[in-house]
Design a protein around this ligand. Structure first.
Ligand code: ARG
Length: 400
């Protein structure tokens, strides 16, 4: 029985997504498989990947450079939202999924496909993000996930591919499961599955070990316009270039490593290692600039929004009406978040040491303890009396 006629497959060039091609055709009766590989700044050479899909039996092999879309429309809104899942993970992998889903749906519509396929297993978050996003963008498309159903071990998968001319990995494949894009790396599996084991140095590619970082601090200035990073040290940079440059500067000082036990949507706790230099420092700096330019009540209310927003991104709800409504709130708050933040990078730390803005709400004359003080100290007396009144009344009634 055929599951679909024409399928667009999310393709990475790895063994699993390559094996999906003959599997869809021979086991599930699919007539035609079109692959789509998205360039999100992961640094892979895409021409060999394009050719490999064709050699593995794809009728068409699409490669789409979506790096700019990724940074502008997925990473920047996340920075404006200070979106850290469980207060730590800047969602580098999670943000890429709704964008890839959008590209897959667009290709399916263009080529008249009746289904979309991906290589995710049933244990992860990515299957959720793909399936829910595809369903939101085009509910008519079927979704096929061969790796969620086939019961092949790693060796069996490789052997299956070899029958159809898919070469087994040349070098002994990495013991880790890695997802990479311009925002960073997510590293799982192998020895990392023991939460007590320190990650070996060879898992890190974007950040230096503290032992190797410069012995003198480096200061950088990051300029924001309405919550979006636009300059580094006064130089205006396009979105992709800005992230790329910042990854290098920051990674050189060993900043951007995360080692955490994370709660997946599917109920599993997993040990995750991330390397996300630029986006972590940008969120840190952005949040600091908000403390200068937003009122206390907006800032505090926004923290709650940010928590929900981060969970929604993690849990695959990018294309959801609540997410859109939260976006409207966040965008309104960002109008005044323009200014510059000075960051000191040293031995794994990114410390904010200065901030300035034409929209600053900080008033020297109110804050100073010096002679220029304009705060009306006398007015505080009545305020404190009224503020403390309910507590005083309660005490009079209840204290022995
Ligand atoms: N746990 C992270 C997330 O859900 C990253 C998963 C990335 N996948 C991988 N094969 N390392 O966003």
């Amino acid at each position: 029985m055929s599951r679909a006629t024409k399928v667009v497959l999310a393709y990475s060039g790895g063994v699993d997504t390559s094996v999906c091609i003959p599997y869809l055709k021979h086991e599930w009766g699919v007539k035609e498989v079109i692959t789509l590989a998205a360039d999100l700044g992961q640094g892979d050479e895409l021409e060999p990947i394009r050719k490999k899909a064709l050699a593995s039996g794809a009728s068409e092999s699409l490669v789409i450079d979506a790096t700019e879309d990724f940074v502008k429309n997925y990473a920047f809104p996340a920075i404006q939202a200070n979106a850290l899942y469980e207060n730590r993970y800047p969602l580098s992998t999670a943000l890429a999924r709704p964008l890839i889903a959008k590209l897959l749906v667009e290709a399916a519509e263009k080529y008249g496909a009746d289904a979309i396929a991906h290589g995710c297993t049933g244990k992860g978050n990515d299957q959720v993000r793909f399936d829910v996003s595809i369903g939101a963008l085009n509910p008519k498309l079927k979704i096929l996930a061969p790796a969620r159903e086939w019961k092949m071990s790693r060796e069996e998968t490789i052997a299956y591919g070899e029958k159809f001319g898919i070469p087994s990995p040349v070098k002994k494949s990495s013991p880790y499961s890695i997802d990479r894009n311009l925002l960073g790396m997510a590293i799982e599996a192998g020895i990392l599955e023991d939460p007590w084991e320190e990650p070996p140095e060879d898992v890190f590619l974007m950040t230096k070990a503290i032992e190797q970082t410069p012995d003198t601090p480096e200061y950088i200035e990051i300029g924001f316009d309405s919550g979006i990073p636009v300059t580094i040290n006064g130089e205006t940079l396009a979105p992709v270039a800005l992230i790329g440059k910042l990854n290098e500067i920051v990674g050189n000082h060993g900043v951007g490593r995360i080692d955490m036990i994370e709660n997946r949507l599917v109920g599993i706790k997993s040990r995750e290692i991330y390397e996300t230099p630029a986006i972590l420092v940008l969120m840190h700096a952005h949040r600091d600039l908000e403390s200068l330019t937003l009122t206390a009540d907006v800032t505090r209310y926004k923290r709650g929004i940010e928590e929900t927003y981060s969970q929604m991104i993690y849990n695959g709800l990018w294309y959801n009406p609540l997410k859109t409504a939260l976006d409207a709130f966040i965008q309104d708050t960002q109008k005044r978040v323009t200014g510059t933040v000075r960051v000191k990078l040293f031995k794994g730390n990114a410390t904010i040491v200065g901030r300035k803005s034409a929209n600053s709400l900080y008033s020297f004359d109110l804050a100073t303890y010096g002679a220029e003080d304009e705060f009306d100290h006398k007015a505080a007396e009545g305020f404190v009396y009224v503020w403390g009144l309910p507590t005083r009344v309660w005490s009079e009634k209840n204290r022995g």
